[in-house]
Design a binder for this molecule. Structure first.
Ligand SMILES: [Zn+2]
Length: 179
């Protein structure tokens, strides 16, 4: 009986180092977040229309309900592919009619999550594992990006413990230029 207890104790004590090792291996394999939309000669183009700018932290809403932009808006044609920025597990694939529209949320082994919003079509399923650069949907104008003056774009977010992070500050692949 005691050797089972010892085995249990060993497993329990080695779990944190196994998790650390797995995370370390993942970070080595995928150090950066890839662009979730196709590049236009090494660049992603940020949205810039009269309803808003695509930069992280840009102002949104009116004076009474002022808030800042929690992601980056990458311009892309309606129906063009949206791909997973890093490998991970699809945590949510569904609808938020008044905000994100059709959107996908992926949880990554590095502890961060990504969101891909205003999609036309969702190709990923909740619970499935997705590899980096695999298609998860198509770009569109669903949710609050539906207005006619709003340029079609992908709203892309990276969060850690629910706090939005700026993808452009060391997270996105440095080979991708944001313009
Ligand atoms: Zn946005």
């Amino acid at each position: 009986m005691t050797h089972w207890l010892w085995l249990g104790l060993c497993c329990f004590l080695s779990a944190p180092s196994l998790i650390f090792f797995e995370r370390h291996e993942f970070m080595k394999k995928e150090p950066f977040y890839a662009s979730p939309v196709a590049l236009v000669s090494d660049k992603v183009l940020l949205r810039n229309d009269k309803f808003g700018k695509g930069a992280f932290g840009a102002s949104r809403g009116n004076v009474r309900h002022s808030r800042t932009h929690t992601g980056i808006d990458l311009t892309a044609a309606i129906g063009s592919p949206v791909t997973a920025s890093k490998s991970g597990r699809v945590f949510f694939a569904g609808d938020d009619p008044t905000g994100y529209g059709h959107y996908v949320e992926i949880h990554h082994p590095d502890g961060l999550l990504t969101r891909y919003a205003h999609l036309t079509q969702i190709l990923a399923r909740e619970g499935e594992w997705i590899k980096q650069n695999e298609p998860i949907g198509t770009c569109g104008k669903s949710g609050n990006a539906n207005g006619s003056g709003i340029i079609p774009h992908l709203h892309f977010e990276i969060r850690y413990k629910n706090q939005p992070l700026n993808p452009g500050s060391g997270l996105l692949d440095p080979r991708v230029r944001i313009q």
